[in-house]
Design a protein around this ligand. Structure first.
Ligand code: NAP
Length: 305
């Protein structure tokens, strides 16, 4: 029987794999896609991971993966469909491939983008509506696009798109950004980014492709139409916890309730990274969770024996 199964291979899962291998635990990492990295794969420059200024998200994800692999971590690509935690000493992870038994589990499935929830968003998805600037930005070279949101991702996306697009509107529902001050300054210094404050998108319109955004200014109530060829939605993330919501305690937004020990409400199951209740979701805090989760798992295994 495996000592630990790690579900997910973003920074939290891969840091957990590194710590588990160094602790001599029999470890398996189950990843949904064979490309490790999680959300950082879509990050152009990671400017706040200590010691590696400006490293590309893809490269950092690969580095994490290779580090875990070098220490002997085993990886399998499959989707986990259920977890059976019948006893404290044995848990079963059910996947689209085979089932695996283990003594402890680290949940590190991360989070994915949130939808805006306005008319036209779903119908024009892939036809000008995108959730990933680094994936789709090249299609909009020389064009006019909008980015919606005011967090780190929206600011990073606007900066990335401004390199190739003629004009980038950054539409935010308030009059201050939530994202890092260093990114804000870069946005303000970039001539082809125009910030539209206090405004929300009411609908996305177009015949076959995005053509117009209907906006409403929240302060004045004034409505206006903005002509764009693409819209990048960066309004936050939701945790990928649907599969475990009946199993472990989650908060009202679906984040798994766990403190820095990463212990969940089920003994032997730990939560690491963006899917856990925590004040700061960054690559460095996800990696720290991976380390903490394995330390807690080791303590658990020690006391179970
Ligand atoms: P976020 O920080 O939650 O920001 C979401 C933004 O979207 C906020 O400005 C929010 O407005 C806005 N928003 C939410 N719902 C909206 C709606 N329905 N209509 C219009 N605007 C809406 O999310 P994020 O930027 O995706 O970042 C997610 C997490 O990843 C954050 O914790 C971030 O710090 C982290 N991150 C880390 C790194 C790194 O480590 N280098 C890089 C990127 C992201 P309000 O401000 O009004 O709430």
């Amino acid at each position: 029987m495996l000592d630990v199964i790690i579900i997910g291979s973003g920074p939290a899962g891969l840091a957990a794999a590194i710590y588990a291998m160094r602790a001599g635990l029999q470890t398996l990492v189950i990843e949904k896609q064979p490309m490790s990295g999680g959300q950082i794969l879509n990050t152009v420059d990671v400017d706040n991971y200590p010691g590696l200024p400006g490293i590309g998200g893809f490269e950092l994800g690969m580095n994490f993966h290779q580090h875990a692999q070098k220490l002997g971590a085993q990886f399998v690509t499959a989707e986990v469909t259920a977890i059976e935690a019948a006893t404290e000493k044995e848990k079963v992870v059910v996947t689209t491939g085979q089932n695996y038994t283990c003594r402890t589990i680290v949940l590190a499935m991360g989070a994915t983008h949130r939808m805006l929830g306005v008319p036209g968003e779903e119908a024009l998805r892939g036809m000008g509506v995108s959730y990933c600037a680094t994936c789709d930005g090249a299609f909009f070279r020389g064009k006019t696009v909008a980015v919606i949101g005011g967090g780190d991702v929206a600011l990073e996306d606007a900066l990335f798109l401004a390199r190739g697009c003629e004009k980038v509107y950054l539409i935010h529902r308030r009059d201050t950004f939530r994202g890092a001050r260093s990114l804000q300054q870069k946005v303000f210094d970039t001539l082809n980014i125009e910030v539209i404050w206090d405004s929300v998108v009411e609908s996305i319109e177009g015949e076959g492709m995005v053509q117009l955004l209907q906006l409403r200014n929240k302060r004045t109530g004034q409505q206006s139409a903005l002509s764009v060829q693409g819209v990048f939605i960066a309004v936050g993330i939701s945790p990928d916890t649907d599969m475990v919501r009946e199993l472990v305690d989650c908060d009202e937004n679906g984040y798994i309730c766990a403190d820095e020990t990463c212990e969940t409400s089920v003994p032997g199951i730990f939560a690491a990274g963006d899917l856990r209740t925590k004040p700061l979701r960054q690559i460095v805090t996800a990696a720290a969770d991976g380390a903490n989760a394995i330390t807690s798992a080791e303590n658990y295994l020690y006391h179970c024996d």
